[in-house]
Design a protein around this ligand. Structure first.
Ligand SMILES: Cc1cc2nc3c(=O)[nH]c(=O)nc-3n(C[C@H](O)[C@H](O)[C@H](O)COP(=O)(O)OP(=O)(O)OC[C@H]3O[C@@H](n4cnc5c(N)ncnc54)[C@H](O)[C@@H]3O)c2cc1C
Length: 317
């Protein structure tokens, strides 16, 4: 039996959107392998998030305990591994979030499983199942076969549609056999960057700026606010210290796929494209007509961003 277990995530009791994308990936895997799909949700006081998840038509195993309040990999991994065994799940995955990147490798080690990360698609069926994942900043797509009986994976949420609300899944209590006193790691605190803007990876619209801003992000931020968008940046802008590093989009930053991505003063280096080329509509504003960003842009404006962005903003108003 090849059942599929998707480890969903909540933050402060709210289901994370990325988990719904992972659920779609899980559903596709269940179809390809003929197994059953279930989800796991870990935390403390997470009934509302569990109900929200179950409303997407999936059986949810809820591991609710004080020791699981914070996503400590040391505490979460044994619970997920036990659940995988109990549900006969040989495919265990999650969205490639910061939390999953910490927890899932430990789960893989406990299950003696091979692991594929940042998966963007699947191939084959049954025992011929393969995992498609980018290598070398997205220049190559590798078709990976995992040869261990249990296979662990993370998926890029941007590559799978969010699972729709459909049906009503069952809620089950999952056993939690973790002794808080035995943990060697401790949660010290969570420093949240408070922003009125949407979170970069969840935003429908992003306005991003690069070195072309020369450090003046005001026109980028003003256009973003007019559109209710998140603000992104290239590594050049982050490395120059102009903007915080959690704004960075790209190979070593965040991977995003909004409905609209406006790139202003960004050349379109391969490492930046690796993080945003999945966007539905790409608008580029660059004063160099030969900038590589124009090769992937749906709409290109050869212009100086300093007059162009305010003009665009005025026209939108
Ligand atoms: C291992 C590795 C990982 C990396 N990871 C990332 C990553 O995650 N994300 C990332 O972004 N980069 C990453 N990089 C860096 C990447 O290679 C590029 O250096 C970077 O993306 C360039 O940023 P940029 O487009 O802002 O700057 P530039 O390449 O310098 O481009 C600036 C652009 O602005 C235009 N411009 C200038 N003035 C104006 C104006 N007034 N109006 C309009 N346009 C103007 C110019 O024509 C030019 O095209 C990585 C590099 C390496 C080696």
């Amino acid at each position: 039996m090849t059942n599929v277990l998707i480890v969903a995530e909540q933050h402060a009791g709210h289901l994370r959107k990325a988990s719904l994308h992972a659920l779609s990936a899980g559903r596709e895997l269940a179809r390809r392998t003929g197994g059953r799909l279930a989800a796991a949700l870990l935390g403390s006081g997470i009934d509302a998030a569990a109900a929200e998840l179950a409303a997407h038509g999936v059986e949810v195993h809820v591991a609710d305990a004080a020791v699981l309040e914070h996503p400590l990999a040391e505490a979460w991994a044994p619970v997920v591994a036990d659940l995988a065994r109990a549900t006969g799940s040989t495919l265990v995955g999650a969205a490639a979030t910061a939390v999953a990147k910490d927890v899932l490798p430990r789960v893989a080690a406990r299950l003696e499983a091979g692991m594929a990360t940042e998966v963007v698609g699947f191939g084959g069926e049954g025992s011929d199942l393969t995992f498609r994942r980018p290598m070398w900043a997205g220049n190559v797509l590798a078709e990976v076969e995992i040869t261990t009986p249990v296979k662990v994976f993370t998926v890029r949420p941007t590559e799978f549609a969010a699972a729709p609300r459909e049906g009503q899944g069952e809620l089950r209590r999952a056993p939690v056999a973790v002794d808080a006193a035995s943990l060697r790691t401790r949660h010290l605190g969570f420093v949240e960057v408070k922003s009125a803007r949407p979170e970069l990876t969840e935003a429908r619209t992003i306005v991003a700026g690069g070195r072309g801003t020369k450090g003046d992000f005001r026109p980028v931020e003003a256009l973003a606010d007019a559109l209710g968008a998140a603000v992104g940046a290239t590594r050049a802008a982050v490395d120059a210290g102009w903007v915080p590093n959690d704004w960075q989009v790209g190979q070593t930053g965040k991977v995003v796929a909004p409905e609209l991505y406006v790139a202003a003063g960004i050349s379109g280096a391969i490492q930046h494209l690796a993080g945003m080329k999945g966007s539905r509509v790409i608008v580029a504003v660059n004063k160099d007509p030969d900038a590589p960003i124009f090769q992937i842009a749906d709409y290109g404006l050869v212009a100086d961003l300093f007059p162009a962005l305010p003009e665009l903003q005025a026209k939108l108003r």
